[in-house]
Design a binder for this molecule. Sequence first.
Ligand SMILES: NC(=O)c1ccc[n+]([C@@H]2O[C@H](COP(=O)([O-])OP(=O)(O)OC[C@H]3O[C@@H](n4cnc5c(N)ncnc54)[C@H](OP(=O)(O)O)[C@@H]3O)[C@@H](O)[C@H]2O)c1
Length: 470
Amino acid sequence: MKAEFGIIGLATMGQNLALNVEDKGFSVAVYNRTAERTRKFLEEKAKGRRIVPCYSLEELVESLSRPRKVLLMVKAGEPTDAVLEKLFPLLERGDLVIDGGNAHYADTERRLREAEGRGLLYLGTGISGGEYGALHGPAIMAGGHREGYELIEGLFQKIAAQGPEGPCCAYFGPGSAGHYVKMVHNGIEYAVMETLAEAYDLMKRGLSMSCAEMADVFGRWNQGELSSYLVEITEKILRYVDPETGEPLVEKILDTAQQKGTGKWSTQSALDIGTPAPTIAMAVFARVISALKAERTEAEKLLPGPELHLHGDREEFLSDLFGAVYLTVIAAYAQGLRQLRDASAERGWGLDLSEVARVWMAGCIIRSSLLVLIRKAFLEQPDLPLLFLAEPFRSAWEKHHVALRRVVARAHEAGIPVPAMDSALDFVDAYRTARLPANLIQAQRDFFGAHTYQRVDKEGTFHTDWEAVA
Ligand SMILES: NC(=O)c1ccc[n+]([C@@H]2O[C@H](COP(=O)([O-])OP(=O)(O)OC[C@H]3O[C@@H](n4cnc5c(N)ncnc54)[C@H](OP(=O)(O)O)[C@@H]3O)[C@@H](O)[C@H]2O)c1
């Protein structure tokens, strides 16, 4: 009997996905470059299951029923190309390759064209949910050949997280649509994590709150409009006591965060297509600055700032902080979804944003109760330019914008950086301003570079000899 599904790459994600797929009634053949990992997996986790170990790509391809369906879960970038270079020639017309890694969308476009040239089907597929999601149900964002998706849809629907509105998997469009949606998902993830880190910093350094007190605040937030996976794990992290020291473990962790690629790519692409995603960008830069630990330590001695304490009523500040976090998180989703809308228009994907919100409702890292409202907003108005223009987000802005202003102003007064909150406020303030100061920028460009400008009172393109007039 040949296996129904193949997996290449048996690190965290590949192993757990193999177990998940087998659990749902499919036989699986697995292969990993290093044979030892395959042996260990079979011995320790896959004993007695319908999981066939293979020790060469030839053996894997041979052991699959046709059309073959092979999922790659290897390191993104060159390793993926190294595997595909060997795998493609072994496959036959109509076989399907799914890249489930965090590939850059441009790589996915290139690999898809190569697969197409060989008569193969290709799906660039974002898989979110980490180790737990891979085993119990991830969110699956597919793009590429629709016929390929049709071959695998039944399996994806069974292994995906089961959300309130169906299995969290979907085909988002041709080309790299799936990997692009996953990339922006990660961009939003960066922004929400940064927002929660800023709230923690304000409570810790500004209000001198203990980890247990802060955990209570996140716990309360998780009961209401901010209910989400990331708020939930933040509460749990703050409650975790280091068995070695008896102190909160989070305070023993070095304050430098990595940025592995997808957040950066999301921002680079936003700039390329000219879509405003400042809160996501600031979250990436915040991690970049965090990595300058040695320099920051020196600068702290050299550059003075104000007194760190946030004076005034603690409960009032915490109430404002809820509003500030809520609006900043909405801004993160609003910018990410706007980016998807613009990318889809540019590339002709026909992306359905209500479907994106549905797939993100369970299994993935940015799952949250907000997504129910976001889905509703895009179902009612599929071409909605920005979330804040629709209810209940417009009313949320009206209700909380003064709180966001107070939090940002007080953070600045205390010298505590809040780049995500600050950028969210600036973003919406700029977006809701009919006349911005870009007229002066047009004039400056014309002054030094004769770039010309348009006028508000007549049609045409104009140039002025500014020195002469002045
Ligand atoms: N970890 C997560 O939470 C998560 C979540 C979503 C998506 N992803 C994405 O899913 C993919 C897999 O992630 P992961 O964390 O399970 O594993 P990973 O650490 O990203 O990659 C390790 C796997 O890649 C293989 N590999 C590395 N270089 C190779 C090469 N040159 N040729 C062949 N195989 C090679 C390794 O094989 P050896 O054993 O031989 O070294 C191993 O199977 C990645 O693209 C990742 O970005 C990860």
